[in-house]
Design a protein around this ligand. Structure first.
Ligand code: SAM
Length: 671
């Protein structure tokens, strides 16, 4: 497969599986793949086969019973198919694991089932019905990449959609037990190639086990070449044999040879974390940590959602580059993640609406950009599609002269209410205070507060936007303040109804609580938060240029579209120079300066020294005006890293977000 310009597999829709439903020995319809001429499972004894081959083959009952680690037990799989194997692993976990234990499932799938097929396949197992529900409800669009699903409070599933070998090579995380599934090698030799076994070995914990139904020579040779030992075990039913095995000493991760600075610090799962900043970045990080049983003190000078996340309504959307790059991938992953996350957090949709977003092509330049984007990204229509002016008009419910891109997964959120909801979750203690300094101590970190008090925590997440680089340890992070003002118009009776969020240079959302919100201005380096009439005027001008028909209809309905009649809110957001967020462990800038000084003499002078970081200090900041799409995913990323779990993003995207990226760039450029 040809790689995208950033060297990763194409950011595209995957071919979904075409199933036929054939009567099996029991006379009942079972899913069969005509493409591979093989079955997903047998209706008669498929469940028992899974239990025998994969669950017992990896001794899961016994290992779950004994599991006492603070990190989750990780099961990895090739070929997710209908999810039967993973649901059985989950059932085994529930039957045997201690209450505090957690389970993390990682599975790859190149030809994901359609949602209806998935539901139909799982209906074969009535006693798994309850477990199948969150899977079907959160089933992602068939987009290549990582999709995190929350199956219940203790169980997480990461679906890595794409080819197993490619996806496991990009996985950041290690596995305790492998389910080596997939259609039989005789029917799907492509999957069982040496790269797959090598990637499995490299992503294994020491002592990781494996089990597979296949005893084919290609499997035995592939496993052995990658460092796994294997032996035959009694197979299921009429199959005489299967394979089980393990890897005592997995290879080290050689992906860091080119980027040793991004080597992650050793994880030390904490008991208590202080999160500084209760905007969307901090509040979502607090929620992600609390979900993992960590006590969180969420500290904010003014309370939840008081800065850039404090608007009554904000757009959940992204703008993707015409040519695939790491930033676009990260934002698209973030958008899809936020959507699933909101659905799980707030199924009644009190805090958000998935009404969809239309990104208009108002200029020829933007039209050309969108055409290029569509040519380079064959994404599913459920994620993004090109639409004509007639379609934008129909979708928006307002006459629009331009076509554009439609994002059905996007919409709007009540950011201030969302932050308040997150801050009130169990396990989070909200503290109104200002942190002025952080000092490492024996326990972890001591935080000096402006009121003279001190607060101790095992670890700290810095998430206070423009103030994130105020500390000694963060002072080298470039952050730019960007003032933004939104305007709100009280709608008169009979005002036209906008059905979608519309974006061009600014955005306007469907009415909420009788008001139309539009904006926002973008003023770099300005830090005052007073409302400016000139900014209201600019927002009005932008609204009129984008949706003249809406503005005319509002005037006809009696709305007073004048700056003096508008309310609104101004806040300061933080942006990084490259416009991607900072998310990850905080580098020890002085140590990097010494350890990587040779980069100034040539970018290829890469030492073997791993990057040194401030132990237990993390950041999620610089979300700019796209925090609703980026912060919840960054929160999961941090919490997963902190708790030594597999990460919900591919390794190159994790590196792309690393807060040390600018330090390295500056060193290479001799700054
Ligand atoms: N584990 C599944 C279950 O519990 O339902 C059954 C697996 S089914 C027999 C094989 C699966 O492997 C199919 O879903 C197929 O699409 C997937 N597959 C085939 N080739 C693949 C590849 N190269 N990478 C990832 N998945 C692949």
């Amino acid at each position: 497969m040809t790689a995208a310009p950033d060297g990763l597999p194409p950011l595209a829709a995957l071919e979904t599986a075409r199933l036929d439903w054939r009567s099996d020995a029991s006379g009942e319809a079972a899913p069969h793949s005509p493409a591979f001429d093989d079955v997903y499972f047998s209706r008669h004894d498929g469940r028992a086969e899974t239990e025998h081959v994969f669950v017992a083959g990896n001794r899961l009952a016994e290992r779950f019973r004994e599991w006492r680690e603070p990190r989750p037990f990780v099961v990895g799989e090739t070929g997710f198919g209908t999810g039967l194997n993973m649901l059985c692993a989950w059932a085994c976990f529930d039957a045997h694991a201690a209450p505090g234990a957690r389970l993390h499932l990682v599975s790859t799938e190149k030809f994901p089932l359609g949602r209806e097929d998935l539901a139909r396949a799982l209906a074969a197992w009535p006693d798994l019905a309850e477990r199948g529900e969150p899977l079907v409800a959160q089933w992602p669009e068939p987009v290549a990449g990582v999709h995190r699903l929350w199956l219940d409070a203790r169980v997480t599933l990461d679906l890595h959609l794409g080819d197993a070998a490619e996806r496991l090579a990009l996985l950041e995380g290690r596995v305790d037990a492998w389910f080596l599934d997939g259609f039989a090698p005789a029917k799907n030799l492509e999957m069982w190639r040496p790269e797959l076994f090598a990637a499995m070995a490299a992503r294994s914990r020491p002592g990781a086990t494996l089990a597979t139904f296949s005893c084919a020579g290609v499997v035995k040779r592939g496993l052995a070449a990658a460092g796994f030992s294997w032996r035959k075990a009694p197979g299921f039913g009429r199959k005489r044999e299967m394979l089980v095995g393990e890897i005592a000493s997995p290879p080290t991760d050689d992906r860091r040879r080119q980027t040793p600075w991004f080597t992650p610090p050793a994880a030390r799962p904490p008991r208590h974390v202080a999160v500084i900043g209760a905007g969307i970045a901090g509040a979502s990080a607090a929620a992600a940590l609390a979900r993992r049983g960590i006590a969180v003190t969420l500290i904010d000078r003014q309370g939840p959602g008081s800065g850039g996340s404090g608007n009554a309504q904000g757009a959940l959307y992204v703008k993707l580059a015409a040519d695939t790059n790491l930033q676009s991938r990260t934002y698209l992953a973030g958008l899809l993640h936020s959507r699933r996350w909101l659905e799980t957090l707030d199924p009644d949709r009190e805090l958000w609406s998935p009404c969809g977003v239309l990104q208009l092509a108002r200029s020829e330049k933007e039209q050309a950009r969108q055409t290029r984007f569509l040519a380079h990204h064959a994404l599913p229509e459920g994620v993004v599609q090109g639409v004509t002016a007639d379609e934008t008009t129909r979708l928006a419910g307002i006459a629009i002269d331009h076509g554009g891109l439609a994002y059905p997964q996007a919409g709007w959120v009540r950011p201030a209410a969302l932050c308040a909801r997150l801050a009130a979750l169990p396990g989070i203690r909200l503290r109104r205070a200002e942190v002025v300094a952080m000092t490492p101590d024996e326990q972890g970190w001591s935080l000096a507060l402006a009121d003279g008090e001190c607060l101790s925590a095992d670890q700290v997440v810095v998430a206070n936007a423009t103030l994130a680089n105020r500390f000694t340890q963060t002072s080298r992070l470039p952050l730019q303040p960007v003032r933004g003002q939104v305007s709100r118009l009280a709608l008169p009776e009979g005002a036209p109804k906008l059905e979608r969020v519309i974006c061009a240079t600014g955005y306007v959302s469907p009415a909420l609580d009788g008001k139309l919100t539009f904006g926002a201005t973008f003023t770099p380096h300005a830090t005052d938060t007073g409302l400016r009439e000139a900014d209201h005027a600019a927002n009005l001008a932008e609204l009129e240029a984008t949706l003249p028909a809406l503005v005319a209809a509002l005037r006809d309905a009696g709305a007073r579209l004048e700056p003096s009649q508008l309310t609104g809110r101004a806040a300061v957001r933080a942006a990084s120079p490259d416009k991607s967020p900072y998310c990850g462990p905080l580098p020890d800038a002085e140590a990097w300066q010494d350890d990587f000084a040779d980069l100034a003499k040539g970018a290829t002078r890469i030492p073997e020294t791993p990057g040194r970081h401030h132990a237990g200090l993390w950041i999620s900041a610089a979300h700019g005006s796209r925090g609703l799409a980026s912060a919840p995913l960054c929160a999961e990323l941090l919490a997963s890293r902190i708790c030594d779990e597999p990460l919900p993003l591919e390794q190159p995207l994790v590196d792309h977000l690393h807060p040390g990226r600018r330090l390295i760039r500056d060193l290479i450029q001799g700054k």
